[in-house]
Design a protein around this ligand. Structure first.
Ligand SMILES: [Zn+2]
Ligand SMILES: [Zn+2]
Length: 253
């Protein structure tokens, strides 16, 4: 773990070009892990398809995804600059408080992303920012990265804003980013790897499943949440057929 603190020291000592290079590499790695992990889950749970399989991969999807990886690196570079300027403060603890940081970041981002997701579904704003993500109804792991540059920067700005106000440990941030990528990938694989009993388990049932976001791509006026279904339940936007669709996909064999 001390090695990781040394990585933080290294990032403090490098030039902007070097920082961009490493953040670009980190984003490419995250992309490869999301796609690889997603494809593996599709293979393992191929019988538990939620909706139809997607069409053949188009050049447009690939280009948009490549752009997303690049622009995500620009956002991360913006974060590096704000950290260097001490607008973002990252602490070095390596104890239980890191888990508390992850939980706080997750809940805070969950609420903010629910609100912004509802905003980008408003007519006019939708066409400008969010329609790109909804071009493909039947999703695949790559769909997570099929976003307009405006949306990438919008999400990035929200994330950096939260980090500017909430001083977290680096471990808390890393765990949050890993969970964010996991939830993102799960929501787009198109199969349901969660066990049928999942939505009956207290507390855990509040975490979103693959069906949850797949359903948002099918019926875009429901399931706006990302990590939890709390806000959809509270504001009445949860898809009425969520439980039935989940159980149907999860019980296929
Ligand atoms: Zn999506
Ligand atoms: Zn949407």
């Amino acid at each position: 773990m001390e090695t990781a603190n040394r990585i933080l020291d290294y990032f403090g000592s490098i030039t902007p070009t070097e920082a961009f290079f490493w953040l670009f590499i980190q984003n490419i790695l995250q992309f490869v892990l999301c796609i690889g992990g997603g494809l593996l889950l599709i293979k393992l749970f191929s019988k538990k398809r939620i909706y139809e399989a997607p069409d053949i991969l188009s050049k447009k999807e690939l280009l948009l995804a490549a752009g997303c990886v690049f622009f995500n690196s620009v956002v991360a570079f913006g974060g590096w600059l704000l950290w260097k300027e001490k607008v973002i403060v990252i602490t070095r603890e390596l104890d239980w408080t890191c888990l508390a940081d992850t939980a706080i970041l997750l809940l805070l981002m969950d609420l903010l992303m629910y609100i912004t997701h509802r905003i980008v579904h408003i007519k006019g704003i939708y066409a400008l920012v969010h329609r790109t993500h909804h071009i493909y109804e039947n999703t695949r792991p790559l769909s997570l990265f099929v976003l307009s540059p405006l949306e990438v920067f919008g999400f990035g700005a929200l994330w950096l804003l939260v980090l500017s106000f909430y001083s977290s440990s680096w471990l808390g941030i890393v765990l949050y980013l890993l969970l964010n990528a996991t939830f993102g990938a799960l929501g787009h694989i198109g199969v349901e790897p969660f066990p049928k009993s999942w939505i009956k388990i207290p507390l855990l049932q509040r975490l979103t499943t693959s069906t949850f976001h797949a359903q948002h791509h099918k019926e875009i006026d429901s399931n706006f949440g990302f990590y939890t279904d709390i806000w959809d339940r509270l504001f009445g936007s949860l898809n009425k057929a969520y439980q039935a669709t989940f159980e149907q996909a999860a019980s296929k064999s």
